[in-house]
Design a protein around this ligand. Structure first.
Ligand code: SF4
Length: 367
């Protein structure tokens, strides 16, 4: 969809504003009630940027600890390498259940595994709706925000799920998914934070589907984009607390701390894809909470269509520049600064967007 058509589509605007209305006060109240979360956010940012100064050391250390715990570990330089590694682990003719993960979107993993002849299912409710609709996620955390209840009803009929309201539809999806979980050969997740101290993968959620996707299948694949590496468990835990607070779900219903267990293969793929050498280093502190997206006046009009193939909105401008190349639509930013104001890491996205514009105009990208 072109950005101009997206702007005309009222459901995107309505969905973004509805979600913002639902979440803004909750987030503000959470931060007022638990002010230490603001300190955690700063600690996590500092640690992430220190790790980014010396990625080789931290990746090597992380790989060694995982190997010592019996995991199979891989380092993918780009999306294609990451896809291939995952494809070789899964094989073909398998059932794969997938937890919601932006890095898996970034490397187009679901489509690739399907092209190998696998049945692949998103297990997050919003992602599942987007998958069945043949659409793309419209927001990092609330991917199906642009659909009304009636539209969801119609979409889910395509896979035989019927219901008359949100609750009965969610129950229908749960039943559908339960059958897939029980038959799944492989489970895939991303990672909210990775501890280089223990080799543990931290994942935060409210639905419980990540827990099932990563624990029931015989093979478990964790995709860890390298900026998620933190020195220790304490920082990893603080990171998931901050993420949960900034998506309005603090305290989270589930924090999964995944490590190798008997009877299951655990594969961990570290994904670089432009991160190690980026000049947009400060953005590696982004915890992908999606708050800047909801608050951005341009995103409120066009959703994630304003951005690259995968990432949209203010944070999406920078993630696209890191992983795909500078999007020309960076010229549509108003540079109002609201993104930076609400960002838990205080990332100066307007300044980075200015640099991107200058690079497109002059052909020189300043560090
Ligand atoms: S840039 Fe900041 S507000 Fe936006 S998604 Fe990342 S952490 Fe959240």
């Amino acid at each position: 969809m072109s950005i101009y058509r997206a702007i005309e589509q009222e459901t995107i605007r309505d969905g973004v504003l509805r979600t913002l209305g639902n979440l803004r006060d909750v987030i503000i109240k959470t931060l007022n009630d638990h002010p230490y979360l603001l300190d955690y956010a700063q600690e996590v940012k500092k640690a992430r940027l220190e790790v980014a100064e010396n990625f080789d050391y931290w990746i090597d250390r992380s790989m060694k600890i995982l190997e010592s715990r019996g995991c199979q570990v891989y380092h993918a330089r780009n999306g294609e390498e990451a896809r291939k590694i995952a494809g070789e682990i899964v094989g073909s003719g398998k059932i794969v259940v997938k937890a919601k993960s932006m890095v898996s979107e970034e490397i187009h993993l679901r489509e690739y595994l399907q092209s190998l002849g696998n049945e692949v299912w998103e297990t997050d409710l919003g992602e599942f709706i987007v998958q069945v609709a043949g659409d793309r996620p419209m927001h990092m955390i609330v991917p199906a925000l642009h659909y009304s209840e009636r539209q969801v009803m119609e979409i889910l009929k395509r896979v035989g799920i019927r219901g008359s309201d949100a609750e009965s539809l969610a129950n229908g999806v749960r039943e559908f998914m339960r059958r897939k979980f029980l038959k799944a050969d492989a489970g895939v997740s991303g990672c909210n934070a990775f501890s280089a101290e223990s080799g543990r993968v931290f994942l935060v959620e409210n639905e419980g589907n990540i827990r099932l996707s990563t624990s029931l299948p015989e093979k478990y694949i964790a995709l860890v984009s390298i900026e998620k590496i933190l020195p220790g468990d304490d920082l990893a835990l603080k990171s998931v607390f901050v993420q949960s607070a900034y998506v309005g779900t603090f305290p989270p219903a589930y924090i999964n701390v995944n490590e190798k267990v008997d009877g299951q293969e655990m594969h961990v793929i570290f994904v670089d894809n432009g991160r190690k050498d980026t000049v947009f280093r400060e953005h590696l502190a982004c915890i992908k909470c999606g708050r800047c997206q909801l608050e951005c006046p341009v995103f409120q009009l066009a959703g994630s269509i304003w951005g690259g193939e995968v990432y949209g909105g203010p944070t999406g401008m920078i993630w696209t520049a890191i992983t795909e190349g500078i999007p020309e639509s960076c010229f549509l930013s108003t540079l109002c600064g609201k993104c930076m104001e609400v960002c838990p890491s205080g990332i100066d996205m307007p300044e980075m967007i200015r640099k991107m514009r200058s690079a497109l105009l002059t052909g020189r990208l300043e560090g």
